[in-house]
Design a protein around this ligand. Structure first.
Ligand SMILES: C[S@@+](CC[C@H](N)C(=O)[O-])C[C@H]1O[C@@H](n2cnc3c(N)ncnc32)[C@H](O)[C@@H]1O
Length: 225
């Protein structure tokens, strides 16, 4: 009798341990990046290849940047959710020129889309982009491959931002607008200062759709002088 009581208690103890570890290991993601979040699921259901589309949507809602018949340059465009948003918003009018090191997702198509695969820093890409301009709007969501070292990642992001500012200065029409992603903690104030020389107004804007853990934000330049 005593023996069966101990056996009963022991089996319950084993079951408790099993359930504790199985729920922790199987059902709990190590961090929130592992499970598809609200924005990823929404993007998928609306036919966008990436959740980043909602950042551009918020920027456009706040600053009213995208208009029909525009010629738009999208830097760091793959897999192509910003490009898709631009094409949909312009409803077949105007022209979108997109550039990335990687190809766009196969679903991203448009008669008014030109895709250039290559490094936005490369002189031959610069020449091709210039030949297709000038532009009413330049957007840049380019991001370096992160290393986990925040100093290195921020410096690489800043280099891309400086290049995007160069494109805006060299290739935007007068009155044109600009939005660029930057990793925070970089020399954001110095970049905004240089943007104020090019645009009537320049400010930072962090869309709700940026992950709360993310240290990215956007700089927006309105009305090229
Ligand atoms: C966050 S993703 C862009 C997502 C895109 N806006 C979308 O909505 O699908 C950043 C992109 O920047 C690109 N990128 C990084 N450095 C680049 C460079 N030097 N030239 C061109 N593209 C670059 C990467 O290949 C990557 O596809």
């Amino acid at each position: 009798m005593e023996c069966s009581r101990w056996l009963f208690l022991f089996s319950h103890f084993i079951l408790l341990i099993f359930f504790h570890f199985s729920t922790e290991n199987i059902y709990m993601p190590a961090n929130s990046y592992e499970k598809p979040d609200y924005w990823s699921q929404k993007a998928f259901s609306e036919g966008y290849p990436a959740r980043s589309v909602y950042k551009l949507k918020e920027i456009d809602e706040k600053f009213g940047m995208i208009k029909k018949n525009y010629t738009v340059l999208d830097l760091g465009a793959a897999p192509g959710s910003w490009t898709t948003f631009l094409l949909r918003k312009m409803e077949g009018s105007g022209k979108v020129v997109s550039c990335d090191l990687n190809p766009l997702s196969k679903s991203v198509k448009g008669d008014n889309l030109t895709f250039l695969q290559g490094d936005l820093n490369a002189p031959e890409i610069r020449n091709q982009i210039k030949a297709l301009g000038p532009y009413d709007l330049v957007v840049c969501d380019a991001a370096p491959k992160t290393t986990g070292n925040r100093t290195v990642d921020t410096a690489r992001s800043e280099q891309l931002v400086e290049m995007a500012v160069w494109y805006a200065q060299a290739m935007l029409k007068q009155g044109g607008n600009f939005a660029v992603k930057i990793f925070q903690n970089g020399d954001q104030q110095a970049i905004l200062k240089s943007m104020r020389e090019i645009f009537t107004s320049a400010k930072g804007f962090k869309p709700e759709a940026c992950r709360s853990e993310s240290f990215e934000t956007y700089l927006v330049g309105i009305n090229k002088k």
